[in-house]
Design a protein around this ligand. Structure first.
Ligand SMILES: [Zn+2]
Length: 135
């Protein structure tokens, strides 16, 4: 969700800029996108099932695309979760953190205290993972 402070966005933009550049749109990018999709899928599947069983929510669609300011996004209006292709170069623990973060948004769209309480409950070490993502 886009409820973040400008300074935070700027620091994220800087962090993402330091990431490995992605190829221009074309066959190579599509190949990476497909591989990333499979990897993200395997990490997300057990969590998707867990959230469905425990909270009765499920994303309608997962999308992978290159984003410059965010690692992921979740639209409660469309039920679509988008993951940044650049996560592909990150450790699985970080990918998992973004997956769970976005799944929590299906229940709490903003970053209020209920959202963080849920995230904390589902992924108690999320802060460590977030730190790893910024490294
Ligand atoms: Zn969020």
């Amino acid at each position: 969700m886009v409820l973040v402070k400008a300074s935070w966005i700027r620091s994220r933009q800087q962090a993402l800029k330091n990431e490995q550049e992605m190829p221009a749109p074309g066959p190579e990018l599509n190949r990476i996108k497909k591989q990333a999709g499979l990897k993200f899928r395997s990490i997300a599947a057990p969590w998707e099932e867990h959230f469905h069983i425990r909270y009765g929510v499920a994303p309608k669609k997962w999308t992978v695309r290159v984003m410059n300011t965010r690692w992921g996004s979740c639209s409660t209006a469309t039920g679509r979760i988008t993951l940044n292709l650049k996560l592909y170069n990150k450790p699985d623990a970080c990918i998992e953190y973004i997956v769970v973060h976005e799944l929590c948004h299906l229940i709490h769209p903003n970053h209020g205290k209920d959202f963080y309480a849920l995230l904390e409950k589902e992924l108690p070490d999320w802060k460590t993972r977030r730190k790893q993502l910024k490294a």
